[in-house]
Design a protein around this ligand. Structure first.
Ligand code: ATP
Length: 741
């Protein structure tokens, strides 16, 4: 890789576009003080991505832009373009020529271009690091900065050496790997936290899914149990209803028949109520009989009297004697009356007997009085006629009486027989009613059965609806359930037990809370997938983190080896340059470790040695590796670098810078009056050394030194006129000498 040109536009004092070509391995830039030579060195820093304003002698980006003069107005931006020959592909780009350009605008904004395309600063830094043009700027030694390598802290010095050894690219790689590892760790934390956030929900979903599965199982079980229950119930109901119908038919028919019988008997009984009329008739007949008897008795008495008269007349015709005392007549009358009253209540044979007795009594009485009373004198024929008439009347009356008596008898008999008949009917009525009551009890029992069955039928309909609610359409398919054939002899309590079981299962199913199960299952699937995705992600991140760790270890090992190796090589060169310049003595770099408190810890702690050695807290202490310089000057005992003279310091610095450049030659080296402090002898040695260095690196030397100028292949002169603008011109050595010291 070789520097071809650098072009400055509006950069500091280079108001106009100025191009420097680097045709030789040593280019010297000469010119009077303040003409703008150092601005060229700074333009290199600038275009290579320098971020420190201070190292470009500015405070803000704006300070780098041509600020205008009396005749030329200020510029809006400053840009520097560097062109490399990249035919050796030292820059990892597939171009023979690589153009690097940086522009700074007045607002402080910067843009970087690589072969005309905008890129990031980082891209440029990485590209250059590969070509050993690191950010520490070890290859650009600004004016008065030659001993920076001496005054720098040990860690800073280490950084410069790492850079000079071309390790920056590895460091970048390692830093990037570390950044990536940090990023990976952050991603892992994010993924882990996302997963942690997910887990309780996933757990919840898992338990829900388990519930749903259990619910499904329960539902299947319930479905089978329900089907069996409903089938059994429907069979039972159908059977029970048929049986009831059959059982009820006959009693109902009988009941209807009994009702008809009862109706009939009642009707019959109501017809026999004419017995009152018969009793009336009987009483009338009996009255008739009584009247007939009285008349007959009267007639009998008349007849008896007639017969007595006839007898008396007969006896009178003989002698009439005696008389009847009044007491006897009285007695007779009373007895007769008594007998008659008794006879009144008799009939039939007793009546006849009574009447006979009365005849005897009357006859006796007549006989007795005829002895005492003189009978009237009545003709016998007359009496006989009366007697015959009376006898005829009596016969007629007796016949009448007999007829009445027989009528009474007949009527009585009829009444009696009718009485018997209705008693029979009433008994039948009672019997029938009793039978009907019995039947009604049976029927009422059957009605109870029917009511119960109706309630059971209602319950069945309700259960069917409930089953539908719990199981959906499946509930309606109970009819296809195949029973085991035991249903006919099964006790009702078994069904009852089944029903209770069903209720318990339904409650369990409800409690299982398997609602909205489709959503839950979908969410569970998604969440599981998400969790698995996160796990894979975590594993991937873990794997890449592991790879990065390995890369870092590799890089660290490489860095250590190369660094140690490099330092050893530098030391050889350093010591020999040192010996050359000081005519003896020795110099070397040594690796040191510095404990340093991390940011935020008290600075005073660091200053106390006891405290520093006591610092064991890993958190607060950072161990920094650094490089110290050990020297021994010939004939002098030097305690510290600060005790050296300016020239000595310059010599040591140059020895070290050149040693570094020798070990790992940078593509180019810019030295801004590095040799300013050297005396003539050392200037010559310096000249020899740069000639040596120029074999491997392009050198751009800003100088006032004639010795240095004499070694240059190309000489540029910089001048500045009244307009404050730096101008470039190629000069010959002799011309250059005019500005040389
Ligand atoms: P010496 O030999 O004394 O080291 P030099 O040749 O290195 O001098 P520089 O330090 O490069 O000179 O140039 C400084 C000059 O550049 C000054 O005159 C300064 O005014 C000018 N300059 C710096 N920045 C700007 C700017 N932004 N605009 C215009 N001129 C600037």
């Amino acid at each position: 890789m070789r520097l071809k040109t650098i072009e400055l536009s509006g950069f500091k004092s280079f108001a106009k576009k100025t191009e420097l070509e680097f045709g030789a391995s040593i280019t010297a830039v000469v010119g009077p003080n303040g003409s703008g030579k150092s601005n060229i060195a700074e333009s290199f820093r600038f275009v290579l991505g320098e971020q420190s304003m201070k190292s470009m002698r500015g405070k803000r980006g704006e300070d780098l832009i041509w600020n205008g003069s009396g005749s030329v107005p200020r510029a809006g931006r400053a840009s520097v373009k560097l062109i490399f020959d990249n035919t050796d592909r030292a820059l990892n780009l597939d171009f023979d020529e690589v153009t690097l350009e940086r522009t700074v605008h007045r607002d402080g904004g910067n843009d970087y271009r690589l072969n005309g395309s905008i890129v990031r600063l980082r891209d440029i830094a990485e590209l250059l690091a590969q070509a050993n043009i690191g950010a520490s700027g070890h290859h650009i030694i600004s004016q008065g900065e030659a001993d920076r390598v001496l005054t720098a802290s040990a860690p800073e010095r280490r950084e410069m050496i790492e850079d000079a050894l071309g390790l920056t690219a590895f460091l970048y790689k390692r830093e990037e790997a570390e950044r990536k590892i940090e990023k990976t760790a952050e991603n892992m934390r994010e993924v882990e936290s996302a997963r942690r956030e997910l887990l309780p929900h996933l757990k919840f979903l898992q338990s829900q899914v388990k519930k749903i599965e259990e619910g499904e199982k329960l539902r299947d079980e319930l479905s089978v149990k329900y089907a069996e229950y409903l089938k059994r119930e429907s069979v039972y109901l159908k059977h029970a209803e048929t049986m009831l119908q059959e059982d009820r038919d006959e009693p109902a028919r009988q009941h209807a028949a009994l009702n008809a019988t009862i109706e009939h008997i009642r009707h019959e009984l109501s017809r026999t109520h004419s017995k009152d009329a018969k009793a009336q008739e009987l009483m009338q007949l009996e009255e008739e009989g009584r009247n007939a008897r009285q008349r007959r008795e009267h007639l009998s008495r008349d007849l008896g009297r007639i017969e007595g008269e006839i007898a008396a007349a007969a006896r009178l015709s003989q002698t009439i004697e005696g008389s009847v005392p009044a007491s006897q007549a009285q007695e007779f009358a009373e007895r007769t009356l008594q007998e008659l009253e008794e006879a009144l209540n008799l009939d039939g044979q007793p009546l006849k007997a009574k009447l006979q007795a009365l005849v005897v009594l009357a006859t006796e009485f007549m006989r007795r009085i005829q002895k005492r009373v003189a009978p009237e004198v009545v003709s016998k024929e007359e009496l006989q006629a009366k007697k015959s008439a009376l006898e005829a009347q009596l016969a007629e009356l007796t016949a009448d009486e007999t007829r009445v008596r027989s009528a009474v008898d007949a009527l009585r008999q009829k009444i009696d027989s009718e009485k018997d008949a209705s008693r029979e009917a009433e008994r039948e009525l009672f019997q029938t009613m009793a039978k009907r009551s019995e039947l009604e009890a049976t029927l009422s029992a059957m009605q109870s059965r029917a009511d119960l069955l109706a309630r059971e039928r209602e319950a069945f309909v309700r259960e069917l609806a409930e089953a539908g609610a719990a199981l959906g359409r499946a509930a309606a398919e109970y009819d296809s359930f195949v029973l085991d054939g035991t249903e006919a002899d099964e006790d009702r309590s078994a069904q009852e037990e089944r029903r209770r079981k069903l209720e318990r299962m339904k409650i369990r199913l409800e409690e299982s809370g398997a609602i909205g199960s489709d959503d839950i299952l979908k969410e569970f699937k998604e969440t599981t997938e998400r969790e698995q995705f996160l796990m894979r992600e975590l594993a991937d991140l873990e794997a890449s983190s592991q790879k990065l760790k390995e890369l870092i270890e590799d890089l660290t090992r490489t860095l250590e080896v190369r660094f140690d190796d490099g330092v050893a090589k530098i030391n050889t060169q350093f010591d020999s340059f040192f010996k050359l310049m000081f005519d003896g003595g020795s110099a070397s770099l040594v690796t040191v470790k510095e404990k340093k408190l991390r940011r935020g810890a008290e600075r005073s702690d660091l200053e106390s040695p006891e405290l520093r050695s006591d610092l064991t807290d890993e958190e607060d202490v950072e161990v920094q590796e650094g490089i110290d310089i050990q020297l021994s000057l010939p004939h002098k005992r030097v305690k510290g670098i600060h005790m050296l003279s300016g020239g000595e310091r310059a010599l040591i610095s140059i020895a070290l810078i050149f040693a570094m450049s020798q070990v790992n030659p940078p593509p180019f080296l810019i030295l801004d009056e590095t040799e300013a402090a050297l005396d003539e002898a050392n200037s010559r040695r310096y000249g020899d050394m740069i000639e040596n260095l120029a074999k491997k690196s392009q050198l751009i030397l800003i100088t006032h030194n004639r010795e240095t100028m004499s070694r240059a292949g190309v000489l540029y002169g910089i001048t500045m006129g009244n307009d404050g603008i730096s101008k470039l011109l190629s000069v010959k050595f002799e011309e250059a000498l005019a500005v040389a010291k």
